[in-house]
Design a protein around this ligand. Sequence first.
Ligand SMILES: NC(=O)c1ccc[n+]([C@@H]2O[C@H](COP(=O)([O-])OP(=O)(O)OC[C@H]3O[C@@H](n4cnc5c(N)ncnc54)[C@H](OP(=O)(O)O)[C@@H]3O)[C@@H](O)[C@H]2O)c1
Length: 348
Amino acid sequence: MQSLHLTNRRILLNARPQGAPQASDFRLERSPVPAPEPGQVLLRTLLLSLDPYMRGRMGSAASYAPPIELGAVMVGSTISRVAASAHPDFHEGDLVCGASGWQDYALSDGQGLRTLPHGAEHPSHWLGVRGLTGFTAYAGLLNIGRPQRGETLVVGAASGPVGSVVGQLALSMGCTVVGVAGSEDKCQYVRDELKFTQCLNHHHPELPAALAAACPMGIDVYFENVGGATLNAVLPLLNPGARIPLCGLAAQYNADGLTSATAQGPDRLPQLMATLLRRRVHLQGFIAFDDFGAQFPTFFAAMGDWLASGEMQVREDTVVGLENAPEAFIGLLQGRNFGKLLIEVAGD
Ligand SMILES: NC(=O)c1ccc[n+]([C@@H]2O[C@H](COP(=O)([O-])OP(=O)(O)OC[C@H]3O[C@@H](n4cnc5c(N)ncnc54)[C@H](OP(=O)(O)O)[C@@H]3O)[C@@H](O)[C@H]2O)c1
């Protein structure tokens, strides 16, 4: 079979990061492309999604998903072309959404694979706005944030794939929406293209005062993507009965593996607990597919309509070449991406 003569590049976890990931935490290996056994398909990766959760999987700590083993392929969602099939449900040439990880080729027994419709426009959307990130925004906002017309919502990582959808949905529900992002360019995009009411730079030392000015009626929903300085600025402004969908804590992911003395700033836990108590705040962590997966088909159809009508704006940041995935991922945790981060592993 022709594919047996091809080489599979695989990016493996070489070492568990201490703090921010380094290039040396990854290792690129080459191996022969395997042939599918009966009941298997061979997938050629076209697009790989890079997401902040991968930082957690690189560490050894127990979480909602097991750590990646040292020497194993880095995990990740992918859009792939079926290169060869010995599975009755998949045919050579099909485009599928799955989880091949950081490699050119992967075998699959078909579990968890979804076939894209023939001629599907924007396959990349299945990894972002119509996939994990869009659904996370939708599920956390509707189930936990429960925004009401006239309320004020704040969201961090506002130009990113989760934050941008949260804000656009909340705007459509009649909220005042204040984004927080990591550069002037990102803030300008969030204000001008996404039409958020305001967007503030979290690197600015006056963030607490600027946020107070942007939220004169206080904050009713804080969609938590980042923690850190943004959370500190939000806490004093929370209204009684505020809701916090606790989605992610991107500002502290790189603290994993550091000694507690290096990782910790001032202890703000007493302030947080007192705020939750006095303002009767509802804070709930969630893992989108685990907790709300039954809502995915409804979301998928609705998001398709919002995209088709132009109501939902999408920004993607596509880096070409599997070999560039480690550097792109390191940048993601430092805010160097501008939009949903994707790796173009191969052309169509
Ligand atoms: N619970 C779930 O089921 C679930 C599912 C998917 C994603 N998530 C979480 O949702 C959050 C957003 O994900 P995403 O895919 O949309 O990510 P993203 O916006 O593409 O990337 C993460 C962003 O975090 C921001 N960031 C990094 N360091 C920061 C810091 N020190 N302070 C403030 N912001 C910082 C950066 O944006 P700026 O340059 O704007 O700071 C960076 O671009 C992440 O925390 C992710 O883990 C949760």
